[in-house]
Ligand binder design. Structure first.
Ligand code: NAD
Length: 435
């Protein structure tokens, strides 16, 4: 099949590269000239494990190419995927659909024949109807099906997730469009990945319901961690004790500094706006959003408490800045709220991250960025483990302790056993566990 992928970001690039690896002929389009230039020179615009080899292999095989010229990519395509961003709209939390509608208009103007247009971006219920209207108006008489095909990949494990999905969701009422989608996903379908065909609105909602549920699960264990601290229980054991129950499952039950990233924060907010518009309030999701927002800044206060209640004139080293390991994505990372709380409290902040420092620097220019965890800890009064990168799971704790002015170690991911931290000469603080 000939596929055009509009938007070559985290989702568009990974999806486009994987589709080409399935044997399809893929043209990835982006309006960002620098991104396309870099890709044409074999340079990845994002950090995602395994992506550079996957892209190189398929470019060499002549199945994957990049362009800024949308009309040329769309001409002759059997399916056009929209994978542009849908950030929170400034001010009200609704999903900003201007990129999706903008792409739909450009596609409509370029269309010459019948085609399947697929929305892969995460979009609120009813967006597919509007995309269909835009295309029908601009290209009357052309037979176009608009399908919803939400993406569930996780940054950091994106290729594996795309190639071994728990399910593929296809939202369309057209049997012809469903058949085209089955053809596109055939290699996965043959591998027995469940492929569900639903109505378009149902598919759009499945994506938000999944993200809201996962965000709620994380927030549940985070609140439970606070209760554990108050009553002297251990959240790690509570987590294991409930996670071993098959009805609950162990994933997304690790207490930490709150969820962040490019999806959960904006998608939970957008879902609440949809619920409000349709007068069907989602009180559980409302609480999740409020609790998580408060938690991120509360983690900054936790560090200040560990410092004895006053951060003024102190230096704090943040180890790990991205919202999770194996990505360079800093969007809505908890570290941003923690840094802000520390700066507001009068501390100087030093930071280290294996991949996220370039993006972090643009968002938080007042941090001193260092090239190793030990350099960040040099002269610090506290070190805070924020993101559990592999290199930060294997810190030489005695060396860290020697570099620091004061031996305070706040482990916001409960990576290190308290005894190991104390043996290294550091004072341990964790999440949801008695010291
Ligand atoms: N990042 C994730 O882990 C993830 C996972 C699942 C779903 N999603 C959803 O996928 C969508 C894309 O997310 P992302 O993280 O890949 O975004 P991104 O910001 O990394 O990439 C979007 C790209 O689209 C380009 N673009 C915008 N308008 C365009 C146009 N008219 N023509 C060509 N290019 C255009 C931008 O230049 C940008 O490169 C969002 O709706 C997001 O919610 C993201």
């Amino acid at each position: 099949m000939r596929i055009a992928m509009i938007g070559t970001g985290y989702v568009g690039l990974v999806s486009g590269a994987c589709f080409s690896d399935f044997g399809h002929d893929v043209r990835c389009v982006d309006r960002d000239m620098a991104k396309i230039d870099a890709l044409e020179r074999g340079i990845m615009p994002i950090f995602e494990p395994g992506l550079d080899q996957l892209v190189a292999r398929n470019v060499r095989g002549g199945r994957l190419s990049f362009t800024t010229d949308l009309p040329s990519a769309v001409a002759g395509a059997d399916a056009i995927f929209i994978a542009v961003g849908t950030p929170s709209r400034r001010g009200d939390g609704h999903a900003d659909l201007s990129y999706v509608y903008g792409a739909a208009e450009e596609i409509a103007r370029a269309l010459k024949g019948p085609v399947v247009v697929v929305t892969k971006s995460t979009v609120p219920v009813g967006t597919g109807d509007e995309v269909e209207r835009i295309i029908r108006e601009a290209a009357p008489g052309l037979e176009t099906h608009v399908v919803s095909n939400p993406e569930f990949l996780r940054e950091g494990a994106a290729i594996e997730d795309f190639k071994r999905p728990d399910r593929i969701v296809i939202g369309t009422d057209s049997e012809e469009a469903a058949e085209a989608m089955r053809e596109i996903y055939r290699p996965l379908y043959l591998n027995k990945a469940p492929l569900m065909v639903t109505s378009r609105r149902t598919a759009e909602l499945i994506k938000y319901a999944a993200n809201a549920f996962l965000a709620t699960k994380i927030t549940f264990i985070n609140e439970m961690a606070d209760l554990c601290e108050a009553v002297g229980a251990d959240v790690q054991d509570v987590s294991r004790g409930i996670g071993l129950d098959n009805r609950i499952g162990p994933k997304f039950l690790h207490a930490g500094p709150g969820y962040g990233g490019s999806c959960f924060p904006k998608d939970t907010l957008a879902l609440l706006k949809t619920a409000e518009d349709y007068q069907a309030p989602l009180r559980i999701v409302e609480s999740t959003v409020a609790v998580n927002e408060a938690r991120k800044r509360a983690m900054g206060r936790k560090v200040i408490q560990a410092l004895g209640g006053d951060a003024r004139g102190r230096t704090v080293a943040l180890l790990g800045l991205t919202f999770k390991p194996n990505t360079d994505d800093m969007r809505d990372a908890p570290s941003l709220s923690i840094i802000q709380a520390l700066l507001d409290g009068g501390a100087a902040v030093r930071g280290y991250d294996p991949e996220g420092m370039e993006q972090a620097r643009a968002l938080m220019p007042d941090v001193a960025y260092c090239d190793s965890p030990y350099a960040a800890a040099e002269g610090a009064d506290a070190a805070v483990l924020v993101t559990e990168w592999d290199v930060l799971r294997a810190i030489d704790l005695p060396r860290l302790a020697r570099a620091m002015a004061q031996p305070i170690f706040v482990d916001l991911r409960n990576v290190y056993p308290p005894e190991e931290v104390e043996e290294a000469g550091l004072r341990w603080h964790g999440v949801g566990r008695a010291g």
